[in-house]
Design a protein around this ligand. Sequence first.
Ligand code: LRH
Ligand code: MN
Length: 427
Amino acid sequence: MKINPQHINEFNEKHIGIHRHQFDFLADTLQKNDIDVNRLVEKIGNFQIAIPSWALGTGGTRFGRFPGGGEPASLEQKLEDVGLLHALNRSCGAISLHIPWDVPENIDNIKGLASELDLKFDAVNSNTFQDQPGQKLSYKFGSLCHTDKAVRQLAIDHNKEVIQYGKDLGSKAITVWLSDGSNFPGQQNLRKALSRTLDSLKDIYSALPEDWKMFVEYKPFEPNFYSTVIPDWGTSHLLASKLGNKAFCLVDLGHHLPNTNIEQIVATLMMEEKLGGFHFNDSKYSDDDLTVGSIKPYQLFLIFNELVEGMEDKFSKNPEPAWMIDASHNVKDPLEDLLQSVEAIKIAYAQALLVDRAAMEDAREKNDVVLAQEILQGVFRTDVRPLIMQSRLKDHAALDPLSFFRDYKIREKLINERGMDSYATGL
Ligand code: LRH
Ligand code: MN
C-alpha cells in the first residue's frame, strides 16, 4: 500500500501548532549557544537507516511466535513496507537483504520497485547458519570453519552468490555473520577453526568488486554455547586486518557480554579505521534484538557521542559506517517497532551533534571530571525531538510517524490487503 502525501499534509496541519511552539523554543535556546540549527536539522534529515528485510514480520522464540497479520509474504511486499516507513519518516531510505530468505527472483522488477519507493540496497547478508531444503552437505558443525573442505567450499560459493545478487541490485557490501563454533570443550580445534575461517574469508574477499566492503560481524554465543569462531571485536578486527582494506568490523549492539563498554569498542575501531557498520537494537541480557533505545538509551547516546566525535574530529579516516537495524519483534507490531527504533537512533545522533566538543575536550585536558560529565549529561537531558520533527516536516514526512500509522489504521489496511496468515520470511 502507498501512503497518500495529501494525508501526511493534513496530519501535519493538525499537529503543526504545538510543533512550531516547541521547535521555536528549542531553536532559540540553541541559537543563543551559537548552534547552526538549520545545519543541524539538515544533518538529522540526511541520516538514513537501513531496514533489515528479515524483520518486517513477527519474530518469535523457540517457545512461541504470535503473528499479528498483514505481514509481507514476498520481497516486493517487504520493499513496499520499507517504502511505507520511508514515506512516514524519510529516514529509512535503504533495505538490507538476507539471502536466501529474500532472493530477488526478477532483479529488474525489484530494482524498479525500489527506485519507485526511493529505496537503495544496503549490505546483503549471507546465511550459512541454516541448511536449505535439499542441501547435500550440512552446516551443523560449521560452515567456513568446517573440518570438511567440501562444506567450506559450499559456504564460500554461497557467499560469492550473495555478492553477485548484491552487485545486480546495486549493493556495495556483504555482511558475513557466522554461527560457527562449538557447544562443548574439546569438540573443536579452536585454532584450526579460526585459520580455516580466515582462509575461507580470503577466498570470498577475492570475489569482492573494487568498490565493495566486507563486514565481519562478531557474536559471543548462540547458537553455539561453548565457543564461537568470531566471538568478539578483537577477532573480527584481526580477520578484517588480515583480509585487507575492503574488510571492516560490524558492531551488532546485542552481540556483547553484559556490561561491555561498546562505546569504547566503537572509538577503538574508528581509530583503527575498521568500523564498517552497525546492527542497531537493544538488549537486557543477551542478543534480545529489542527496540533500539528501549533498554539502554544512555549507552546508545554514548555510542553516537564517540561516532560523532570520530566523524567530526577527523582523527579517523574511517569511512562512513553503514547504519542498519537488526531487530526481532515478538510482541510489537513490526512496523511500529521499527518506527520507534529509527526515532531512538535519530534522537541519539541529534544529541551527539549538540555536544560542545571544545568545552568537552577542555574539561578532559584539565581532568575536570565533573564538568565533563555535566556537559555530556546536559545534552542527554535535552529533548531534541522538535529538531527531528522539523527535519521530517522539511522532508514532507509525518511530524509523528507512529501516530500517523495508528490514526490512518495502516496495519488494519495491510491485514485487509494481505490477510491474517500472510507470513514473512526471516527470524
Ligand atoms: C545474528 C544476526 C546476524 C543476522 C541474523 C539475522 O544474531 O545478528 O546479523 O544474520 O542476526
Ligand atoms: Mn546482526
